[in-house]
Design a protein around this ligand. Structure first.
Ligand SMILES: [Fe+2]
Ligand SMILES: [Fe+2]
Length: 415
C-alpha cells in the first residue's frame, strides 16, 4: 500500500509523506497515533525488479545494472545508505527503461575527446570571478531582498514588497509555495486561506518572511547561470540535478532538524554553480578534468582540484560570499565536498548527502559520471537510518518533478 496523501498526527504534526510504501513499522506507528484510516493510492506499486519478467524486463534490468554499477562505483554498498541508494537507483533505472524513457541513458553527456595541452592551474577563485562581468554584482531584486533579510525590523509586507517588483520571480515563488512540501502547512492554516496561495503576503504567512526571502534570493540569481555551451552539459539536465539536490536537501534538513529547510533548498539549488563558471571560463581545464574523472572512475571534483587548483564548491562559496548570501548558506555550498573541518560538518552534511542522493539516483547531471563517496562522519552527524532515507526518497522525487514543472513548464530552457 502506498500513501495517497501526507499523514498528520491528530495534533497536526507531520508524520509520513505521500508516496510512502507502508510496511509493518509504519502500520504500528499509525496504530500508536490511533490513525485507523489513511488514504492509499489505487494503483499498485510498480512491480519489483525481480518479478513479472519477460525478455524485455531482463534486458531492461541488465542495462540498468550496468549503468548503476558504473555510476555508484565509489559508493560503499556495504554501508546502509549505499545499499539503499543502490536498490532505489536500480529500481528507478529499470522502470525508466521499461517505460521506454528515451533520456534514460547518457544524460551525463559525452566525455570530451581530443586531448589538448592543459594550461597550468588557475591562480585563485577571485581572479576567475573578476573575469566574469555578469557576476560582478547580483541582480537588483536580489539586493532589495537581501536588505530586507538583513534588517531585523523588516515586516511581512517589506518581504512581499521586495519580491513584487519582479513578476517572474514572484510567480516562481508562488509555485514553489503551492507545493506538496508545504501541503501540511497549507492544510493547518485551512480556513484562514484558500487552498491555493495566490499572493506573496499569503506565501509569507505559510513559509515565513525570512524563509520566503531566502528562497527568493536563490531563485533571483538563477537567470545569471543559463549559458553553458550545450556541448558541455545540457542546461535542463544540469538544473534537474540542482533541483534534485535542493529537494533532497530540503527533505533531509526537515527530517533531521539540521538547518532551515528553505536555506537547505537554496543551497542545494546553487551547490554546483561554480561548475558553470568553470565550464565557461576554464573550458580546456574542464575537458581534461572530465577525461581524467572518467578514466579514474572518480567524481569530477577531485580532478578539478588536481587540474584547476580548487574545486567548483570553493568557487561557488566565494561567489556567494562576495554577494553576501547568508553565511550558513555559503558554507553549505563551499564545504559540500569537503567535510574534514568538523566545525562545518552539520549543515554542509545535508548538501553532501543530498548531492550523493541526487547523483546516485540519476536526477539530472552536472558533469559528474560517478556519485561522490558518502562521508561516514556526515552520515553519522545527520543521524538518519537507511530505512529513514528510503522513506524520504519518494517525497524528494515528487518534489523534484513538481519543482521542475514550475521552473520548466514547457520542458524547455533553464529556470
Ligand atoms: Fe558539487
Ligand atoms: Fe552536485
Amino acid at each position: 500500500m502506498i500513501l495517497a496523501e501526507d499523514v498528520l498526527t491528530p495534533g497536526g504534526r507531520f508524520l509520513m509523506p505521500k508516496g510512502t510504501t507502508l510496511d509493518h513499522g509504519h502500520l504500528k506507528s499509525l496504530q500508536a497515533w490511533n490513525l485507523n484510516a489513511v488514504s492509499v493510492a489505487d494503483e499498485a506499486p510498480p512491480p519489483p525488479v525481480a518479478e513479472g519478467r519477460g525478455e524485455g524486463a531482463d534486458a531492461a534490468e541488465e542495462a540498468a545494472v550496468a549503468v548503476v554499477r558504473e555510476r555508484l562505483c565509489r559508493l560503499d554498498r556495504e554501508h546502509e545508505a549505499g545499499e539503499v541508494l543502490w536498490r532505489l537507483a536500480l529500481e528507478r533505472e529499470t522502470r525508466r527503461r521499461l517505460a521506454g524513457d528515451a533520456q534514460a541513458a547518457g544524460q551525463e553527456g559525452a566525455v570530451p575527446g581530443r586531448p589538448e595541452e592543459v594550461p597550468p592551474p588557475l591562480s585563485s577563485p577571485e581572479t576567475l570571478l573578476r573575469d566574469e562581468p555578469q557576476l560582478v554584482s547580483p541582480p537588483e531584486v536580489y539586493l532589495r531582498i537581501n536588505d530586507v533579510l538583513r534588517d531585523p525590523k523588516s515586516t511581512v509586507e517589506d518581504a512581499a514588497e521586495s519580491i513584487r517588483h519582479d513578476p517572474s520571480l514572484a510567480a516562481k515563488l508562488l509555485r514553489l509555495v503551492n507545493s506538496s512540501f508545504y501541503a501540511r502547512t497549507l492544510r493547518a492554516v485551512r480556513g484562514r486561506f484558500p487552498a491555493k496561495v495566490d499572493s506573496l503576503s499569503r506565501a509569507v504567512m505559510v513559509v515565513g518572511a525570512r524563509q520566503l526571502a531566502t528562497l527568493a534570493l536563490g531563485v533571483s540569481v538563477l537567470p545569471l547561470f543559463q549559458d553553458i555551451p550545450p556541448h558541455w552539459v545540457n542546461m535542463r539536465v544540469f538544473w534537474e540535478h540542482s533541483v534534485g539536490c535542493a529537494a533532497a536537501a530540503q527533505a533531509i534538513a526537515a527530517a533531521t532538524s539540521r538547518g532551515n529547510p528553505e536555506t537547505a533548498f537554496v543551497a542545494g539549488l546553487l551547490h554546483d554553480i561554480g561548475r558553470i563558471i568553470f565550464f565557461k571560463q576554464a573550458s580546456t581545464h574542464m575537458a581534461a578534468a572530465m577525461r581524467q574523472a572518467a578514466a579514474d572512475r572518480d567524481p569530477l571534483y577531485r580532478a578539478e582540484r588536481d587540474l584547476l587548483g580548487f574545486d567548483h564548491a570553493v568557487l561557488g562559496g566565494h561567489l556567494l560570499q562576495k554577494w553576501q548570501f547568508p553565511a550558513n548558506l555559503e558554507k553549505m555550498v563551499r564545504y559540500h565536498h569537503d567535510l574534514d573541518e568538523p566545525l562545518f560538518i552539520d549543515e554542509p552534511a545535508v548538501i553532501h548527502l543530498a548531492d550523493c542522493v541526487a547523483t546516485a539516483m540519476g536526477w539530472g547531471a552536472s558533469g559528474n559520471r560517478h556519485a561522490p563517496p558518502l562521508n561516514p562522519a556526515a552520515w553519522q552527524a545527520l543521524g538518519l537510518t537507511g530505512e529513514g532515507l528510503a522513506r524520504l526518497v519518494p517525497a524528494m522525487e515528487a518534489r523534484l518533478a513538481e519543482t521542475m514543472h514550475s521552473f520548466f513548464p514547457d520542458r524547455e530552457g533553464p529556470p
